[in-house]
Design a protein around this ligand. Structure first.
Ligand SMILES: Cc1cc2nc3c(=O)[nH]c(=O)nc-3n(C[C@H](O)[C@H](O)[C@H](O)COP(=O)(O)OP(=O)(O)OC[C@H]3O[C@@H](n4cnc5c(N)ncnc54)[C@H](O)[C@@H]3O)c2cc1C
Length: 414
């Protein structure tokens, strides 16, 4: 028996059973009874982070809640909702989330647990918008934690180790419109000389590249409506029709471009709900490096281009603001993220990952917890100095390791 595969299909879960409770009481019973349990989100992680040799539990069937508290400027949502399922309901009430990832298909709890992020110099990770959480702890107790509580900063990017989230309260801002403009063919020299200006040129900026000598083939600018987009971007020119980051793939799968304003939820992600995001046949890896090392890290990957390119579908370069969450890849420092969408060739990509890690290690690069990477315990500790503190917390709240799996054990108890 198996509970199926992850979204990319590169993993068949080893879990023997998938529980899908319809009430919190039912969830509590499941947590109390299961010797080993992992929460499962929308299955979009590429590694075994959501897997277990016990049972999985999904909270997607709990009653859907989207409840705005206008005074607190916050929305409480059921943890298993996908962002795409809540954004329009929020917008209809006049509110927005500060940012979204490249796709709206992922669950709130799953995204928050791995420190998932979008882009924008002043935009923190999606986890940084978490103001409070309700969860079932390993002892079956239903608890609420909120920003400012002891251990809150430890518990948000949790890798699924602290409790099974039932609801998440997120900061909201007044709804806003976004226009999306794509520029093509940015020379590397322009990026090297003007990186900070380019990433500051819109609310959210993403650059796509295959690391070829000519430079990023696309720069996506997501600007808060009102401002005019530049007609030229350091040598890059406006795209004349909608594009997909992957050459040859229809722009129908992507959010509206060509400078047409629209709701935040329909422009901040690159990909549209209801369509396959990205390629679909792929693996992913991502490292976040402190902004001070951005150009060196980009140069290091460019030097690997002959090895990267045969494995690659596309790379994305974006920025994330610092937050205070212990295991967040953007903990305490503004970051530039270097993302790799690989071909679905598990042996070849797996063989290359240590080389990529070697190249980025000098820059205190932090791997994305939900994507594929091969590093050493020493490097992981250098990148995430609060790991031992988090391991201590986990030992306190889950002394028997019932919410652990092999991967989290390797990270927390190397
Ligand atoms: C096409 C594609 C595009 C992507 N784009 C981005 C991007 O733009 N930015 C980015 O940062 N990442 C991106 N990712 C990675 C993705 O955001 C993360 O892997 C995210 O964690 C997936 O969330 P999920 O709901 O699928 O969770 P899963 O992969 O199912 O689980 C991830 C973790 O969340 C935990 N979890 C799930 N539900 C709960 C719960 N109720 N309580 C406690 N823990 C829980 C699991 O135990 C596990 O540890 C992308 C992935 C794909 C496939």
């Amino acid at each position: 028996m198996t509970t199926g595969t992850n979204w990319a299909g590169n993993l068949t879960y080893g879990a023997s059973e998938l529980h899908e409770p319809r009430s919190i009481d039912e969830l509590i019973e499941i947590v109390r009874a299961a010797p080993r349990l992992r929460a499962l989100g929308s299955r979009h992680s590429f590694n075994t982070i959501a897997d277990t040799d016990g049972a999985q539990v999904s909270v997607a069937a709990l009653p859907a809640v989207v409840e705005v508290d206008q005074d607190a400027r916050a929305v409480t949502v059921s943890a298993g909702l996908r962002y795409g399922e809540l954004v329009e309901r929020l917008d209809q009430q006049g509110w927005a989330l500060p940012n979204l990832a490249s796709l709206p298909h992922i669950s709130v709890a799953g995204a928050v647990a791995t420190g998932t992020h979008g882009s924008g110099d002043r935009n923190g990770s999606l986890a940084s918008a978490v103001a409070a959480m309700q969860m079932v702890r390993v002892d079956g107790e239903l608890v609420d934690v909120r920003r400012g509580d002891d251990d809150f900063d430890a518990m948000v990017v949790s890798l699924g180790r602290v409790g099974v989230l039932t609801s998440v309260t997120l900061d909201v801002v007044p709804t806003f419109e976004v226009r999306q403009d794509v520029f093509e063919h940015l020379p590397w020299s322009a990026l090297e000389e003007n990186l900070d200006t380019i990433t500051a040129s819109a609310y959210s900026v993403s650059m796509f590249t295959d690391w070829s000598a000519s430079g990023p083939h696309q720069v996506w600018l997501k600007s808060q409506a009102g401002g005019a987009a530049p007609t030229e971007l350091f040598g890059a020119t406006p795209a004349e029709h909608g594009v997909h980051p992957l050459p040859g793939v229809s722009a129908e799968f992507t959010t509206q471009q060509l400078g047409r304003s629209g709701p935040w939820w329909d422009r901040l992600p690159h990909f549209r709900l209801g369509y396959t995001p990205s390629d679909g046949e792929e693996l992913q890896t991502e490292y976040l490096v402190p902004r001070t090392h951005a150009l060196e890290a980009i140069a290091a990957v460019r030097a690997l281009a002959p090895l990267v390119q045969p494995l690659l579908l596309v790379s994305e370069i974006r920025t994330i603001a610092a937050d205070t969450l212990w295991l967040s890849p953007s903990h305490s420092t503004d970051c530039v993220a270097l993302h790799f969408t690989w071909r679905l060739d598990v042996p070849a990509v797996t063989a290359f990952l240590p080389t990529l890690d070697d190249a980025l290690a000098p820059f205190a690069a932090r791997p994305h917890w939900g994507k594929l990477f091969e590093t050493t315990p020493e490097r992981l500790l250098a990148a995430y100095p609060r790991l031992p503190d988090f391991a201590d917390l986990v030992a306190r709240v889950d002394p028997d390791g019932r919410f652990a799996n092999d991967l989290t054990d390797a990270w927390l108890r190397p």
